[in-house]
Ligand binder design. Structure first.
Ligand SMILES: [Zn+2]
Length: 189
């Protein structure tokens, strides 16, 4: 495309479909940013209320049980049960639009043992090749976070028996989902 640099930067700003690189959503609220930071060193960190002990998700300012404001980030077990799984077939976000041209994007809602419900990217291949289509509610799963290529912590659900203790194991699963690389349009600007 023969355009001046100014035109190109305007086009990149206003026409995400023309960009060479498309990334997952970047903007987060201040609480979302705190979630990112708390999850950098561990597999999963959630807010715990210092007064009543209840776990919070999504992150919030006040405890959902006692309205106390003493919420602290703590490493938390990601074990839970699958509530449901869906497949994303359409998105308005350029990164997902490009990914969805290959195959639908699986998403899971999971009830964690600590009592909260999390929405997560679903790593279907960890459930074995035969089972994805029949993944039933109450299937044991585990959830961890990983930083995506927009530098945000995102949740990923895997089969309960999948090894995720080490950072490199979690990294490999996130990479397999394509979350660590932007979606590329070779002829983009
Ligand atoms: Zn509380």
């Amino acid at each position: 495309m023969s355009t001046t640099p100014t035109m190109q930067s305007r086009l990149k700003l206003n026409r995400p479909s023309l960009r060479r690189l498309a990334r997952p959503p970047k903007q987060r609220t201040p609480l979302g940013t705190a979630f990112n930071a708390a999850n950098l060193p561990v597999a999963l960190a959630l807010q715990h209320c210092r007064d009543c002990g209840s776990v919070q998700y999504p992150p919030r300012e006040l405890c959902r049980q006692c309205l106390g404001d003493a919420l602290v980030w703590r490493p938390t077990s990601g074990s839970g049960l699958l509530v449901s799984r869906i497949e994303l077939h359409h998105s308005l976000w350029e990164y997902f639009k490009r990914r969805l041209t290959e195959k639908p994007w699986p998403v899971a809602s999971v009830r964690l043992d600590c009592g909260v419900i999390a929405f997560a990217h679903l790593a279907l291949e960890t459930f074995g090749s035969s089972s994805p289509a029949i993944l039933a509610a109450d299937t044991p799963v585990q959830v961890f976070t990983h930083t995506d290529c927009s530098l945000n912590a995102v949740m990923i659900a895997v089969a309960a028996e999948t090894p995720i203790a080490s950072r490199s194991q979690r990294h490999a699963i996130a990479a397999g989902l394509g979350l660590l690389e932007p979606a590329i349009k070779p002829e983009g600007i």
